[in-house]
Design a protein around this ligand. Structure first.
Ligand code: SF4
Length: 366
C-alpha cells in the first residue's frame, strides 16, 4: 500500500540508520512530540536502530494521557446524570479519575456512548431532544476543527441540548514549557506531523530561534521517523537550529487555513492544566464567549472541580522526557493496561502502554 509499504521498506530503513550513524559525532537527546510516533518507535524498534549517542525521549503527545484527572472527574459527574447521554472516543472510558473511570459509570447504567466524531454526537442530540448530549472534546490541534464544526453547526441549527466538555491542548506551549524547565535535556524535536497538517509550522520558528533547537516536522512511519532523526542530528552537528519539514507529503508551512479559521471562530486560547505536568499558560483551547452556551462545564456547574493526581504515577516525568516508563516502580506490576494507575498506561498512544505491549519482558528485567 502506497505511503505505508514504502515508509516501512526494510532496505530504506537500514540505509537511513547507516546515514544517521555516519552523521552522529556527539551525544544528542531528541524528543518525539506525538504519541503516534512514540507507538511506532517502540513497536518497530526504531530507537534500537540508532547509534548509542542518540537518545529518544517521549513527549506529551498523547491527548488522552495529558487530560487532567479533574477533567475525568467532571466527565464522570456529568455522565452519571440520568438526563445525559455522554459521548466520547473509546480511549477515554478507561482513564482513571480520582476514584473510578467512565466505564464504571457505564456499568452502573450511565448512558455513555463511544462515537467516532463529534458530528455523531450532534446527530444523537438531534435525535434525542429530551436528553442533554455531551461530547468529551479531547485532543490537540488535530481534532479541534471537527469539534469546532460540531459547535458551529449546533449554533447554526439551534440545537440547544448539545454541549462540549473541552480539554483541548496546544503543542507549541508544551514544547516551550519543556525547554524552559530546569531539568530539560531535550536538544531537538520531532514535531507531530498531523498537528502541523492543520496548523502548519510557522509557530515553531520562533521557538527554534529562541531556544536554539532544531525542530523537524515528522510523519509516523519508521522511515519518516528515521528521516526526522537524521535531519535533526544533521542540524545539531552543523550548529543549526531551524524548522524543517520531513512530512512534505502532508504538511505545508501555512497548514490548512480553512481549518484554522474554523478553530478561531469557535475557540479562544486559554491556560490549560496538563496531567502530571501542571498548568501551562496559553496551552489550551476553550469556547469563545459567543459559544459559551455549549460549554458543558458551565451547563452542569462543574467548572470549579479540582483533584489530585495519584502520587505513585510518574507519568508527568515521562511526558516531559525526564524518565522512561520502565523506570516507574509500578510499571508492569501494580500498573498494567488491565489495571492502569495513570493515563499513559491506558491509551494506545501512551508511552507506558507502548512499552508494556512491545517491551514488557526486557523493560521489567532492566
Ligand atoms: S507505569 Fe503506570 S504508574 Fe507508572 S508512570 Fe506509567 S501510567 Fe503512571
Amino acid at each position: 500500500m502506497r505511503f505505508i509499504d514504502e515508509y516501512r521498506d526494510a532496505k530504506a530503513v537500514e540505509r537511513f540508520a547507516r546515514a544517521i550513524a555516519r552523521v552522529t559525532k556527539k551525544p544528542w537527546t531528541l524528543m518525539e512530540v506525538c504519541g503516534g510516533q512514540t507507538h511506532a518507535i517502540v513497536k518497530f524498534g526504531v530507537d534500537e536502530l540508532l547509534p548509542k549517542e542518540v537518545t529518544l525521549v517521549h513527549g506529551p503527545g498523547c491527548p488522552v494521557c495529558v487530560t487532567p484527572v479533574e477533567l475525568i472527574d467532571k466527565a464522570i459527574e456529568i455522565a452519571s446524570r440520568p438526563d445525559v447521554i455522554f459521548c466520547s472516543f473509546g480511549d477515554m472510558l478507561r482513564v482513571p479519575g480520582t476514584g473510578r473511570d467512565l466505564l464504571a459509570v457505564k456499568a452502573k447504567g450511565g448512558d455513555i456512548r463511544v462515537v467516532y466524531s463529534p458530528l455523531d454526537a450532534l446527530k444523537i442530540a438531534h435525535e434525542n431532544p429530551t436528553k442533554q448530549v455531551v461530547f468529551f472534546a479531547v485532543g490537540f490541534e488535530t481534532t479541534a476543527p471537527a469539534n469546532a464544526m460540531a459547535v458551529y453547526q449546533a449554533y447554526q441549527r439551534g440545537i440547544q441540548n448539545f454541549s462540549l466538555l473541552v480539554s483541548h491542548v496546544l503543542v507549541p506551549p508544551a514544547m516551550e514549557a519543556i525547554l524552559s524547565s530546569p531539568g530539560n535535556r531535550v536538544q531537538g524535536f520531532l514535531a507531530a506531523g498531523h498537528v502541523c497538517t492543520v496548523m502548519g509550522y510557522t509557530e515553531y520558528e520562533p521557538i527554534a530561534r529562541k531556544y536554539r533547537v532544531p525542530i523537524v516536522v515528522t510523519g509516523f512511519e519508521p522511515l519518516d521517523i528515521l528521516q526526522g532523526v537524521y535531519l535533526c542530528i544533521k542540524q545539531l552537528e552543523e550548529g543549526r537550529a531551524e524548522v524543517e519539514n520531513q512530512y512534505t507529503r502532508s504538511v505545508r508551512r501555512e497548514g490548512n487555513r480553512a481549518a484554522q479559521r474554523l478553530i478561531r471562530e469557535v475557540f479562544r486560547v486559554v491556560p490549560r492544566k496538563w496531567r502530571g505536568v501542571g498548568e501551562i499558560p496559553r496551552s489550551g483551547l476553550g469556547l469563545k464567549e459567543e459559544y459559551a452556551g455549549f460549554d458543558a462545564e458551565r451547563r452542569f456547574g462543574v467548572a470549579g472541580y479540582t483533584a489530585l493526581e495519584a502520587s505513585e504515577c510518574i507519568s508527568g516525568l515521562i511526558l516531559q522526557g525526564v524518565k522512561k516508563p520502565h523506570e516507574c516502580p509500578a510499571f508492569g506490576t501494580r500498573c498494567t493496561p488491565e489495571h492502569p494507575l495513570g493515563a499513559t498506561m491506558v491509551s494506545s498512544e501512551g508511552a507506558c502502554a507502548a512499552y508494556y505491549r512491545y517491551r514488557k519482558r526486557s523493560a521489567v528485567s532492566n
